[in-house]
Design a protein. Structure first.
Lengths: 189, 275
């Protein structure tokens, strides 16, 4: 696993520059943007989708949607809320499509390899964080993943989720409360 | 072992300070909180989780190259779209242009028999609805826009403003109009709403339609409100029950149609294999 911080995702101003170059049809601009943002987008999809293949399909679909909507990005705005706003609906559509398909399918004796089973995480602490994240309700998980994977601010997450800053803050607080309860439980045992 | 009162206070301090750091890039705690973290396992774990970045997932080289190749193959220069206000103005302009054209064709019979305060009151109520819905629709088709108010609130306010103004401004006399007259108004309103919906949809598609159900609902509400607005100034029956039931019916049916169309498109696009 790769730790994502501002240096990996790239400074927010740099992302704006890359996005402008993308709109101007610059090949290197889009290649760099894909390289920088794909890991955190994949992590965002992986928060819900179990199969690696599925998460990668969503990533590809997301970039296609980004491409189709690239004219709606305005250089005066931050890039991350715009991209994650698109990623959010890609995930929702993908999730419901998967659920529909699962209802029609029968279980196979040899299921495809899941993302978690590929040994991408060797750090027990990050596995624990993943576990905690998966125990959160969907809306809280979405907020925490956006805040922590991409380093977005509360206002940016509110933009990406078409919500208000107050509501995002409330969801993040609830997630932290749940985490506190889990940690206190572990400490007591 | 139960934690001491001092330890509990320390935990509360760390909780408070971590809460204050939510979504803030600066992640520094006070010296007291830092001291407590060294003594408390629970707070140390919480702090580590709160300040640490979640790990991201490496993308396989093949997938990344495939995405880059597909995007590069379809790369063209695009002009950034206008601001939210430009988009909202376009939606409002459609209402004005189509409204003037429709009233020119049908005749402003209602406006002729209205008294000035009815004219002003109904006009303000319809204008509020149009502005709210135009702004909401503009936000919805620009990803990453901060929605100052939710779309359902805009729809609810538009409908309430229309119903409230009708009940306040016009007398209630159910015997003043017949069902046949009401049905004629409903039919006219729906015929006006349909082309307006098409125009709004074409404009909305110039942005990025992400939540199809909500965009469908808002387009339905806007086109319904357009039908209602034209009827308000065209229909000479100035009676509250006729306006609320038959004119308001245009708004309700348009919203229902918008929801149904939005759901249908979403349903078919989410069918397995439709990606």
């Amino acid at each position: 696993m790769v730790g994502v911080d501002a240096t990996v995702i790239g400074g927010k101003t740099e992302l704006v520059d890359l996005m402008i170059r993308y709109q101007q049809g610059d090949r290197e601009g889009i290649e760099e943007l894909v390289r920088r943002l794909s890991p955190s987008l994949l992590q965002f999809f992986f928060g819900w989708s179990v199969m690696r293949e599925e998460a990668e399909d969503l990533l590809q679909e997301c970039w296609m949607r980004v491409h189709a909507a690239r004219h709606t990005y305005r250089p005066s705005e931050p890039v991350l809320p715009w991209i994650f706003g698109i990623a959010r609906y890609t995930r929702l559509d993908g999730y419901r499509r998967t659920r529909r398909r699962q209802r029609r399918e029968v279980l196979t004796p040899n299921p495809p390899e899941s993302y978690a089973s590929e040994g991408v995480s060797e750090d027990p602490r990050s596995e624990r964080i993943d576990e905690i994240l998966k125990s959160l309700p969907e809306s809280q998980r979405e907020v925490i993943v956006m805040l922590k994977v991409s380093g977005m601010s509360l206002e940016e997450v509110a933009c990406a989720t078409s919500s208000t800053v107050g509501s995002i803050k409330q969801k993040a607080h609830r997630a932290y409360d749940k985490l506190r309860i889990l940690l206190e439980g572990e400490q007591n045992t | 072992m139960r934690p001491s009162a001092a330890s509990k206070n320390g935990c509360h301090r760390v909780d408070r300070e971590l809460d204050a750091l939510l979504g803030v890039s600066k992640r520094e705690l006070s010296s007291e909180a830092r001291r407590h973290i060294h003594q408390c396992q629970r707070c140390a774990a919480l702090y580590e989780w709160a300040i640490g970045e979640l790990t991201s997932s490496p993308v396989s080289g093949d997938v990344q190259s495939q995405i880059q190749a597909t995007l590069v193959a379809n790369l063209k220069t695009v002009t950034p779209a206008g601001s939210m206000w430009t988009r909202a103005l376009r939606f409002a302009l459609v209402v004005i242009v189509l409204g003037v054209a429709a009233l020119g064709f049908l005749g402003p019979n209602g406006a002729r028999v209205m008294i000035s305060w009815q004219w002003i009151g109904a006009g303000i109520a319809l204008l509020i609805g149009t502005v709210l819905l135009s702004v909401s629709l503009a936000w919805q088709v620009i990803p990453g826009s901060l929605h100052r108010f939710p779309a359902h609130l805009a729809i609810g306010t538009a409908a309430s403003a229309f119903a409230g103004a009708s009940l306040l401004l016009f007398p209630w006399d159910a015997a003043a109009s017949s069902v046949a007259q009401g049905r004629a108004c409903l039919g006219t309103g729906l015929m006006l709403a349909a082309p307006a919906a098409l125009a709004f949809l074409l404009l909305a598609r110039r942005g990025a339609v992400l939540n199809r159900v909500m965009v469908g609902t808002t387009v339905g509400a806007m086109s319904g409100l357009f039908g209602v607005s034209v009827l308000q100034f065209h229909c000479p029956i100035l009676e509250a029950s006729h306006i609320v039931i038959w004119h308001g019916g245009v708004l309700l049916i348009s919203i229902a149609a918008g929801v149904a169309i939005g759901y249908s498109i979403t349903y078919f696009q989410r069918l397995p294999g439709a990606a």
